[in-house]
Design a protein around this ligand. Structure first.
Ligand code: COA
Length: 192
């Protein structure tokens, strides 16, 4: 399960696949990092009621096992083509600026590529995400299911030219979250 081990200063951090037991810690981290308004974002309409894409939900733990970073990717589609939506990405405020966000991003991109996905899009600050290859250059004809600042809708090709000419409304295409049976969801996540 563990895939990357990093050392910053004298502490160790590890990137792992997210486990079912991480849900509360992840949600608390997101509430702190992004505030209650996070649930009103247009991206949330593509995530709500869905499970993350198989094998593409990650956490960073500190030396005591506490979740201090999170990122997930989601299956979406536009113009008949499948792609991934990344987010939210968050790092605990006490651990910011140590490269944890970058490690999470690079890990997520590598794993998505290994799985054969064609491209990733996200809504975020270009000055941060451009270091991972994201730009608004190929997302101008994509529409979110809600308001979005165009210069914050960013994309990166995982396969050459995958985003070329991509146009249309982004829709959720991921596996549905089964509200009645969390055990099934847990099994599905573990199998992913
Ligand atoms: C954005 C975030 C994930 C970065 O995590 P991190 O672990 O601190 O990132 P890293 O250590 O890898 O990178 C830090 C660098 O990114 C820069 N950076 C951080 N946020 C930035 C932003 N919004 N725009 C531009 N640069 C940014 C820092 O200034 C720093 O620059 P430096 O390397 O030149 O010193 C983290 O600050 C966070 O969780 N923020 C709140 C939630 C959020 O805004 N998430 C992103 C939107 S989904």
């Amino acid at each position: 399960m563990t895939s990357d081990l990093m050392s910053f200063s004298e502490k160790s951090f590890v990137v792992e696949d997210e486990a079912e037991g991480d849900r509360l810690a992840r949600e608390a981290l997101l509430d702190c990092a992004m505030g209650p308004g996070r649930r009103r974002k247009s991206s949330e309409k593509l995530r709500n009621g869905r499970l993350p894409s198989s094998g593409l939900a990650f956490v960073v733990r500190n030396g005591t096992g506490q979740v201090i970073g999170t990122v997930r990717l989601w299956d979406v589609a536009a113009g008949g083509r499948s792609l991934l939506l990344l987010g939210p990405l968050a790092v605990d405020a006490s651990s910011e600026g140590k490269g944890i966000g970058s490690v999470l991003m690079r890990h997520a991109i590598t794993r998505a590529k290994e799985q054969g996905h064609g491209a990733i899009i996200l809504v975020g600050d270009a000055p941060y995400y451009q270091r991972f290859g994201f730009s608004a250059g190929k997302t101008g004809s994509l529409m979110m299911p809600g308001p979005v600042e165009r210069d914050r809708l960013l994309g990166v090709d995982l396969k050459p030219g995958y985003l070329d000419g991509l146009a249309g409304l982004l829709v959720a295409s991921g596996r549905r979250w089964l509200r009645r049976n969390n055990r099934d969801n847990a099994r599905e996540l573990q199998a992913a």
